[in-house]
Write a protein that binds this ligand. Structure first.
Ligand SMILES: Cc1cc2nc3c(=O)[nH]c(=O)nc-3n(C[C@H](O)[C@H](O)[C@H](O)COP(=O)(O)OP(=O)(O)OC[C@H]3O[C@@H](n4cnc5c(N)ncnc54)[C@H](O)[C@@H]3O)c2cc1C
Length: 416
């Protein structure tokens, strides 16, 4: 069913009885050409692009819970392409371009809102680093603007400019950055993939791999065995667990990241603001709630919940940069599991196991990558060669010394 102003008007006039299900609820077939494990944004986008761009339609997405129950439905919805290093630049800009036409492509309102993102700086050294990043972005055709304190004050008068430790000296803005509605992205890809023939199978946990002569030939699941020509893993925070079923040990650690939402207030924050020095970032949802987050909880975990000391630490960061946030009540808080790679950069590659493909290592930044991740992972699975914009995200880069360390933190996954 195509969504449009006419279908909406027709439905309104007929008592809203004509709406059809957005996607089917099929029983698993005995075999698929491609199985994607994980019904988050990345898994569903991969299935969509496999069908749309590469003509592979005998595809199933297997999800252990409900689609979007992982990080896809738990993130703070920020999209941006303000990267500097070769390898990242082209990939994230490809993603941004796909965001810009996503609603037309999927015929779905994913509420992509390019309200802009500003990264604040507080020292000469930080300003120089941001200037360098901005220059690199512009050289690569990506929008970037270095703002001074007065320009920031005009846009964000409510910030604390007199913090003695972190005085606001300016910020780096990317106006094309912003937010998108995370659940709608999941639903949009699910609906579009379903329309192209993809089976989306929920409540179906993968519990093992079938192999013949070393090659993957299918998966074991809580709903029985399913054969497959190829299998792609897009399970984010569960990557090390699922990979271990195939005998793989990966350069990934699982860590918890929390997010927070306050009660709704009148429009206040025009875009996304990040206070990296204080480990705090914030935006305002269309409903009015302030959506914010900060650092990882600081220990390895597979539990989708966070701890109180980190909650306190994030709120302190908020109070430092935006003291009046202390007067608003916190409504909700939750945690998600991050697949932190050793250099903070993702992996989209074949694995040493024939027929098994890996999409992982998204750290805290995988939501903005969803469209490009889906397209490039689909390309890899369909063609057995990396997409040109994801050709640096190889698994062997750690052995080759070709890491892509955008933050310059070294092999310290919890700091990326
Ligand atoms: C609090 C928080 C804030 C964040 N903020 C941002 C942000 O602002 N911007 C940004 O770009 N990124 C952000 N991220 C990161 C982003 O959400 C993730 O990198 C991205 O969602 C990961 O890809 P995904 O959507 O496919 O993962 P997921 O949605 O986690 O999908 C993986 C799926 O695999 C399923 N699965 C796992 N094991 C199995 C199995 N054995 N069998 C079947 N299915 C299985 C899971 O149930 C899950 O649904 C944030 C994350 C969190 C938690």
């Amino acid at each position: 069913m195509k969504y449009s102003i006419f279908s909406l008007a027709r439905a309104a006039l007929t008592g809203h009885r004509g709406w059809t299900r957005a996607w089917r609820d099929p029983a698993p077939k005995s075999r698929y050409d491609v199985i994607i494990i994980g019904g988050g944004g990345h898994g569903l986008a991969t299935a969509y692009f496999l069908a749309k761009e590469y003509g592979i339609r005998n595809v199933a997405v297997l999800e252990k819970g409900w689609i979007g129950s992982g990080n896809a439905g738990r993130n703070t919805t920020i999209i941006r392409s303000n990267y500097m290093l070769p390898g990242n630049v082209g990939f994230y800009e490809l993603s941004m371009k796909l965001w810009e036409r996503m609603e037309q492509d999927l015929n779905y309102n994913t509420m992509v809102s390019q309200r802009g993102i500003i990264n604040l700086y507080h020292s000469d050294a930080q300003r120089d680093a941001f200037a360098r990043r901005g220059n690199s972005m512009r050289i690569n055709g990506i929008d970037a603007e270095l703002l001074d304190a007065e320009q920031i004050r005009k846009e964000l008068p409510f910030l604390n400019y007199a913090n003695p430790r972190f005085p606001i000296m300016g910020g780096l803005a990317q106006r094309r950055g912003g937010t998108a509605r995370h659940d709608a992205v999941v639903w949009g890809y699910a609906r579009a993939a379903n329309d192209l023939g993809v089976d989306i199978i929920q409540n179906c946990e993968v519990t093992g791999f079938q192999r013949t002569d070393g090659r993957i030939t299918g998966v074991e699941t809580t709903r029985g065995s399913i054969g497959a020509g190829k299998v792609g893993m897009a399970v984010a925070g569960n990557t090390s667990r699922v990979a271990s079923m195939a005998g793989l040990r990966l350069p990934i650690e699982s860590h918890v990241l929390q997010a927070f939402v306050t009660e709704a207030i009148k429009p206040l924050i025009p875009g996304v603001v990040t206070f990296g020095a204080g480990h705090f970032y914030i935006s305002q949802s269309d409903k009015g709630g302030l959506v914010f987050g900060g650092d990882l909880d600081g220990y390895n975990s597979y539990a989708q919940r966070g701890n109180m000391p980190t909650m306190e630490d994030v709120c302190e960061g908020g109070m430092a940069v935006m003291p009046m946030i202390g007067r608003v009540r916190l409504l909700r808080q939750w945690g998600g599991i991050m697949d932190m790679s050793m250099d903070g950069t993702p992996i989209i590659d074949r694995t040493p196991v024939d027929g098994l493909y890996l999409n992982a290592g998204w750290c805290y930044g995988g939501f903005k990558a969803t469209p490009a991740s889906g397209l490039t992972f689909a390309h890899l699975i369909a063609r057995d060669e990396p997409h040109k914009e994801a050709s640096c995200f190889r698994l062997d880069r750690f052995r080759r010394g070709a890491t892509i360390d955008e933050k310059g933190q070294g092999a310290q996954p919890n700091l990326h």
